[in-house]
Design a protein around this ligand. Structure first.
Ligand SMILES: [Zn+2]
Length: 91
């Protein structure tokens, strides 16, 4: 019974994939403008999640906002924009 459910899901995915493939090639064949219009939404979709995931934090020294991936963390848990500001704050 478990395998039957997975088989149905797999079939649905294959059918959906073939349909999107077909509609994409049909759009490309009919006009190049449509192809461009179809490509742009995909490009946007790929870039948007990355920007949303990146959280912004504030430097405890100068107050500037920057991506959390660039944060320099102090032993106390405070976040700084650079190694310089972390060093200045510790004095
Ligand atoms: Zn700073």
């Amino acid at each position: 019974m478990k395998y039957l459910i997975w088989l149905v899901i797999a079939l649905a995915v294959v059918v959906w994939f073939q349909r999107t493939k077909k509609s994409m090639t049909a759009g490309a064949a009919s006009s190049p403008d449509r192809e461009g219009a179809r490509r742009n939404p995909f490009a946007r979709k790929r870039d948007e999640p990355r920007q949303q995931i990146e959280a912004m934090v504030q430097c405890a020294h100068c107050g500037i906002h920057f991506p959390v991936s660039e944060a320099v963390v102090h032993a106390s848990g405070a976040l700084y924009c650079s190694e310089e500001h972390r060093r200045l704050a510790s004095f």
